[in-house]
Design a protein around this ligand. Structure first.
Ligand code: UDP
Ligand code: ZN
Length: 311
């Protein structure tokens, strides 16, 4: 395991070399080749989808989102790439700020339903620290988003913190809650990255009747029937379900375009709720400040609409 730095990242980071893997798309059931390549400072994360010799580029920003139903999809038509969240969670969780993601199909491969394979891929590539400060989005005032009795908020805190609670009728899940007081790469890798996606047998059957989820199997999804977990190996963590929700949240927060410093609290979340918070934060620009650290202390890089002049 890489000895990740524990302190807040101040330098931008990219991959040290290009790496690639192949896996099945969850929806199409077809093989997809995925590559991760280094990128210059201030590139952010960008998808390039190769289709019939044409390259379509989509930046990982909130404005690129075209769907949040079941999974997060970026871009439209031939440019669209779905099920991006576990890969984006891995890049976010391991603090990779600049990278080009190449895919030759309409979705990121599902691998084992968690982020473990992507974490290994990034570890294989190695991390390269770049000569530019990485600005962080510091929350100064609470921002909240509610939908149908479910809620998500972010409030000021010293670090990136998460409180996540889920409540499912299924007795194997029930109420699960997790508190992470300092989400750094080591915690992400040990506690979150291995948590797999989950679904209920009747939903899986309905999805496949509709021609979706064709690549889904017990090898990449924790499936629950009335009696409990159907996967022969059981669960990886007793609370794998809420840990996977944190993984999804990490991926969806990558749409902010910069690491965030604040405490996120989620009650019964899903992709649409996570994305709702991202849009709300971006809309309420007086509730946060983009800061970059310099050797002489905290230096403001930009402060959109905050009335504070940039230094
Ligand atoms: N859900 C639930 N408890 C929770 C979170 C979600 O019962 O704590 C239900 C939710 O009402 C919906 C289903 O799980 O019927 C899937 O939720 P959502 O579409 O938000 O999740 P996603 O697929 O985006 O992860
Ligand atoms: Zn997921």
């Amino acid at each position: 395991m890489v000895a990740w730095r524990q302190e807040a990242v101040t330098q931008q980071r990219t991959l040290a070399q290009r790496v690639a893997c192949t896996g099945l798309g969850l929806h199409t059931g077809q093989p997809v080749r995925l590559s991760l390549s280094p990128a210059r400072v201030n590139t952010g994360i960008r998808f390039i989808r190769h289709t019939d010799g044409v390259e379509y580029e989509t930046p990982v920003i909130a404005g690129s989102v075209s769907a949040t139903h079941h999974a997060t999809t970026l871009g439209c038509g031939d440019a669209s790439v779905s099920t991006v969240e576990h890969l984006l969670a891995s890049l976010h969780g391991l603090q990779i700020h600049n990278a080009i993601v190449g895919v030759d199909g309409p979705e990121v491969p599902v691998m084992d339903g968690s982020a473990e394979a992507f974490v290994h891929l990034i570890e294989t590539a190695g991390v390269y620290e770049q000569h530019e400060v990485q600005p962080v989005l510091r929350i100064d005032r609470k921002v909240e988003f509610r939908s149908e009795g479910r809620s998500i908020s972010i409030e000021p805190a010293r670090h990136f913190q998460i409180s996540y609670r889920i409540d499912f009728k299924h007795p194997t899940i029930g109420v699960q809650q997790i508190e992470i007081d300092r989400l750094n790469p080591a915690i992400f890798q040990a506690e979150i990255a291995r948590a797999r996606t989950f679904g209920f047998l009747e939903e899986v059957e309905a999805l496949q009747r509709a021609g979706l989820g064709l690549g889904g199997s017990l090898g990449n999804t924790v499936v629950l029937d009335r009696n409990g977990v159907m996967n022969p190996g059981g669960l990886r963590f007793g609370d794998e379900f809420v840990r996977h929700k944190v993984l999804d949240l990490m991926g969806d927060l990558a749409l902010l375009g910069a690491p965030v410093v604040g405490r996120v609290r989620v009650d019964r979340g899903g992709h649409a709720l996570h994305y709702g918070l991202v849009l709300e934060v971006l809309a309420q620009s007086s509730s946060w400040t983009m800061v970059g650290e310099s050797v002489r202390g905290v230096k403001k890089i930009t402060a959109p609409n905050s009335g504070v002049p940039s230094l």
